[in-house]
Structures are given as C-alpha cells and as structure tokens.
Design a protein around this ligand. Structure first.
Ligand code: ATP
Length: 245
C-alpha cells in the first residue's frame, strides 16, 4: 500500500447501550512504530481495539463520535472484513484459535481474504519461519497446543493476511515469563520487518520496553501519554502500573 500515515484515532467515543466505554480517545501510531496502551481492567483497552478492527458490533457496541484513519484514509465504521482488506488485523484477547481445527487450517483461515496463491504461500512461509513450532505441529489440533503456542498461532494467523498494522490485545496474558519474553521478542521482530503495532497490555513493563510511545487509559479516557521511556520513568506510572513503591 502506498503512503504513510499509520493509524490515527481522534476523539473516539464508544458506547455499549447506556454504558459509555470510550469518552473521547485520541492517539497516533506513526507508520512503522509500536504504540502501547496501558490501563487497568475495564479502562477501555479492548474497546479501543474493537473500534479499530470493526468488531465492536459483535459486542453490541457502537462508535458514537470521532474517527479512525489508517494510511491516510478514513476507516471509521468499516466492517471487520473491510478493515482486514485495508491492512489491519487483530490478535484477539485470550488467544482465540479454532481449537478443533488443525494448526495449518487455522493459518489458512487467516489467509482467506488474501488474493493470490503466491501471496498466501509467502505469508505462510514467513509465519512458519517466525514460529517454527507451528510447522512441527501443522497437523495437530490447535486446542492441544500450550498457551504460548496458541498465542503464536493467533499471531501467525493474523500475519497471514500480511497486515500493515497489527493490533495485539494482551498477548502475554497468562503466559509464563519465559514464554512472555519470547512473544515480546517476536513482536519486536515483526515491527523491525516493517509492521506497525498497536499493543494493549496490562504488563506495563513489557509494553513500555517494546513501544516508542505509550498511552494510559483510565475509565475511557487518556490520562497520560508520552514517549515510552518517559512514562517508564514517571513516578505515577511506576507506582500504579509497574508495581513499584
Ligand atoms: P480488560 O483488560 O478487563 O478487558 P479493558 O481495558 O479492555 O479491560 P474494556 O473491556 O474495553 O476494558 O471495557 C471498558 C468498559 O466497557 C467497561 O466498563 C466494561 O464493563 C464495558 N464493556 C465492555 N464490553 C461490554 C459489552 N459487550 N457490553 C457492555 N459493556 C461492556
């Protein structure tokens, strides 16, 4: 896709019926960068990703104001398949893979919208190179993989659509530290290869180590933002999100 622009969210408001989950959120993820969104349970992190990925409607939510733009073009209100076609894929919270399908079938499902066999084969090759264990387990049912392997599969499936921007919802949640570190390393590499990343994390230390810029969400609003290094050094962030003091 031509043109830069990255992902840009402006004054976004989202409601689930009477519940207002986002109260005017703005953020910028420059093309090729990693941005992190931190915040405690219920702050609105998943809602933000759903609003971008077009999956809000599956949760009975709707955008009531504001806009989302990707690569310089408006995206607000697009359906999930339209968002994928525009180069954004989401790795959902809870590493939801198709448990009864094989690893290979899960990956194929991620490539459904991809035009051309060659492009799909190249994507598959890239994913299996990132996660060799997925090649070893290609014929196995996804439900039998370990938690970390399922997260790799969920990321791999999202990469099959060759996204320009990847949305990651709590990719290390519930993983052992060593596995979490491996996932973090993979995110770093995916970004180094040119993919823009919007990362939602409760693991603030991990998120701040990956991101160049971070936003702190509280009750549907951005209460703090800045270069990740600055947030990591802030007393309030250290106390509230890094569990210090
Ligand atoms: P978590 O890490 O627990 O997922 P979060 O920061 O991602 O938290 P959201 O899941 O986006 O937060 O929730 C934001 C607010 O919207 C919360 O008050 C939550 O109760 C509410 N909410 C989320 N999903 C729905 C829904 N489908 N229907 C009604 N309210 C919802």
């Amino acid at each position: 896709p031509a043109g830069g622009g990255g992902l840009s969210v402006r004054d976004l408001r989202v409601s689930y019926g009477p519940v207002q989950a986002l109260r005017g959120v703005s953020l910028e993820v420059p093309d090729g960068s990693v941005a992190a969104v931190l915040g405690s349970n219920g702050a609105g992190k998943s809602t933000l990703l759903r609003a971008v990925s077009g999956t809000l409607r599956f949760h009975r939510g709707s955008v009531t104001a504001g806009s989302v733009e990707h690569a310089g073009r408006p995206l607000t209100g697009s359906s999930a398949p339209a968002v994928v076609a525009r180069g954004i894929t989401q790795v959902p919270e809870g590493r939801r893979v198709f448990g009864r399908m094989t690893v290979a079938e899960n990956l194929r499902a991620g490539a459904l919208g991809v035009r051309g066999r060659k492009a799909a084969a190249a994507a598959r090759e890239h994913v299996l190179e990132l996660f060799p264990v997925l090649a070893e387990r290609a014929g196995q049912r996804a439900g039998l993989l370990s938690g970390g392997e399922q997260q790799m599969l969920a990321i791999g499936r999202a990469l099959m659509a060759r996204p320009r921007t990847l949305l990651l919802d709590e990719p290390t949640l519930g993983l052992a530290p060593l596995m979490a570190a491996r996932i973090a390393e993979t995110v770093r590499r995916i970004n180094a290869e040119g993919t823009t990343v919007l990362l939602v994390e409760q693991n603030a230390a991990m998120a701040l180590s990956l991101a160049s810029h971070a936003y702190v969400l509280e009750v549907g609003e951005v209460v703090m933002s800045g270069p990740a290094g600055e947030l990591a050094a802030s007393d309030e962030v250290r106390r509230r999100y890094l569990g210090e003091g």
